[in-house]
Design a protein around this ligand. Structure first.
Ligand SMILES: [Zn+2]
Length: 246
């Protein structure tokens, strides 16, 4: 029996599909393969309060304008399944010291993980639901707040509170239908000031601000502008917009 040569097979397959090394790829190669990518579109919501505490949203401070500094070291813990997350272990190996610069005006004990969350901000939820409906997503029957792991220190808890509000949307443009995977409401993370050596510094002014995240299937530029327009119009002016796709 002829011995199978995986190396040779790899070379033959690469040749058959017209493989081009990324460093040598030109625009014509991307056009030929029809590069496609989905997107996450983020938009902060203009509310009075943050999403899970009652600190004001939308107030920003200079790097040096802070009342206290808090230091943390992120440590990996065992999951419910009794295993360590590989990425958490990798982040731990960087031995980063995380410093948070806190201003009394924009942060409370919730932001620094010392108080449980308050009920979700109703206005933020309302705005996000309006955008969900305008994006023709199927609104969920119940809103479940879950946790997304954050390992870079930009959220002191180590996770981001997030909730899916709508799934499987469809936007009808003039000649195409475009699918949206989901829309979530979530809290924003800290803003990074610096990351030098083993010290990473954040400020907490933006931490906890309401944010929506729209996830698309493969997308092209025109839809991206449409989504930005829809999100910005509703979230910043709180006025319903009528937009007729081209
Ligand atoms: Zn707060």
């Amino acid at each position: 029996m002829k011995k199978f040569d995986p190396g040779k097979n790899y070379e033959i397959t690469r040749k058959a599909i017209g493989y081009v090394d990324r460093k040598e790829a030109k625009l014509k190669d991307y056009k030929r393969i029809g590069f496609k990518s989905g997107l996450e579109v983020h938009q902060q919501l203009k509310t009075k309060s943050k999403l899970f505490c009652r600190c004001p949203a939308g107030i920003y401070h200079d790097h040096e304008d802070y009342n206290a500094e808090l230091i943390r070291h992120m440590r990996p813990t065992l999951s419910e399944l009794g295993v360590y997350d590989g990425t958490a272990l990798m982040e731990f190996k960087t031995k980063k010291e995380i410093r948070y610069r806190i201003n009394n005006q924009t942060a409370c004990t919730y932001e620094v993980d010392d108080t449980p969350p308050f009920p979700i901000d109703r206005l933020a939820l309302e705005i996000a639901l309006e955008i969900t409906i305008l994006s023709k997503l199927n609104v969920v029957g119940e809103v479940h707040i879950t946790r997304k792991q954050y390992l870079d220190g930009s959220i002191p808890t180590g996770f981001q509170r997030t909730a899916i509000l709508g799934v499987e949307g469809e936007l009808q443009l003039k000649n195409k239908k475009v699918r949206l995977i989901q829309l979530s409401i979530e809290e924003d993370s800290c803003r990074e000031i610096s990351d030098i050596g083993h010290v990473r510094v954040f400020k907490t002014d933006r931490l906890g601000m309401p944010l929506i995240e729209t996830v698309t299937t493969r997308i092209w530029k025109r839809l991206m502008s449409w989504l930005r327009l829809l999100n910005i119009s509703v979230s910043l002016t709180e006025v319903q917009v009528k937009y007729v796709p081209e």
